[in-house]
Design a protein around this ligand. Structure first.
Ligand code: SAM
Length: 332
């Protein structure tokens, strides 16, 4: 099988494909302005078949993991078709989705049937009113139902993404940690990134993940879980006897550029070699020219930055976020 290797020897086998930049929530760390996210399709956005063409080219080049994201991917009216099409591509072994879970209770079974393997669900608070505050109106019960339904229909592993925010949800670390004791959930704590021009807010709410391990150790003995864990950037530990794992994703305090295995495609068809760079290459002119599209992929691969020149501390990293589009437009 063909492999995509960049000029620094990293194998790129993972595509993060955003299928919309619309969302039904408006999480305060995700958008630069706190207004409500619309749910109407954006003009110029791609059709379901276009995402399939992109997925096909990526798979032919050696990508075997695809994650659908957004915006909120469950809002895309053709999502089941996209999932079915990508799942049937030769070479694709792992098809996953990142979602806020609001619509998942209704959609999980159909997506699993169409070929989706697993889900990551964003859940930043277990307290109803705090959840509503962080998401700008979201209903906690809907996301919790989405989580239960995903487990029921076998979309395993179910990973929970919790962006840690100082003074907002950091007092809930222990509750989240304890969730892994008897539920088969991988709880991943994520450092807040100042994406989309929110530096002043970031300075106020950023907190490194050190506190997570300190608190987890008070709950019980921890052991490191080795393995590649689906090719993601998390480091994992497990509480003794726990059903689920605890993951730590530290893009600021402990970057993982030397292990980067991914390319991103935005909902408007731009390929991004690196999350921390504003470099983008347009795939749209080549949707019906797969050979040319392959060349754009290869160009993006070669533009992946040198991991040896990555930021070495949180402050340097923070500067790299200047001028970046908000996460909702990139695809988280
Ligand atoms: N709507 C889906 C969801 O809520 O999971 C998918 C898109 S969302 C942009 C994907 C992920 O990006 C979420 O897990 C979210 O927590 C993360 N994210 C967004 N903005 C972030 C930020 N500023 N710092 C850290 N993570 C962020």
């Amino acid at each position: 099988m063909r492999k995509l290797i960049d000029q620094f020897g990293r194998e790129v086998n993972y595509l993060r494909l955003s299928v919309t930049d619309r969302c039904n929530l408006s999480c305060f760390y995700c958008r630069s302005d706190p207004g409500s996210c619309g749910i109407e399709p954006v003009e110029g956005s791609l059709r379901a078949e276009d995402y399939l063409k992109i997925g096909q080219v990526a798979a032919e080049l050696g990508v075997y993991r695809i994650r659908l994201t957004g915006g909120e991917p469950l809002l895309h009216p053709g999502l089941t078709e996209i999932v079915g099409g990508l799942a049937s591509l030769r070479g694709v072994k792992d098809l996953s989705l990142t979602t806020n879970g609001i619509l998942l209770e209704k959609m999980a079974a159909g997506l699993a049937k169409a070929g989706l393997n697993r889900v990551n669900i964003s859940l930043d608070s277990l307290d109803e009113s705090r959840f509503r505050q962080i998401t700008n109106g979201g209903k906690l019960a809907s996301t919790l139902e989405g989580i239960d339904r995903s487990l029921d229909v076998g979309l395993r592993p179910v990973k929970i993404n919790m962006v840690l925010l100082k003074g907002i949800n950091d007092h809930e670390i222990e509750k989240f940690v304890r969730l892994t004791l008897d539920r088969e959930l991988d709880i991943r704590f994520i450092e807040y990134m100042p994406v989309g021009g929110q530096h002043s807010r970031w300075s106020k709410y950023f907190i490194s993940l050190d506190k997570v391990l300190e608190i987890a150790e008070t709950v019980g003995p921890l052991s490191i879980v080795e393995g590649d864990h689906g090719g993601g950037p998390a480091r994992y530990v497990r509480l003794e006897g726990a059903a689920g794992k605890l993951g730590l994703i530290s893009p600021l305090s402990r970057h993982f550029c030397d292990r980067c295995n991914r390319l991103r495609v935005t909902a408007d068809g731009k390929i991004k070699p690196c999350l921390f760079s504003n470099e983008e290459l347009d795939l749209r002119p080549y949707l019906d020219q797969p050979e040319q599209m392959k060349n754009v992929f290869l160009k993006a691969l070669q533009q992946k930055p040198d991991p040896g020149r990555s930021a070495t501390n949180s402050l340097e990293r923070m500067k790299q976020f200047e001028g970046m589009r908000p996460m909702i437009n990139i695809g988280g």
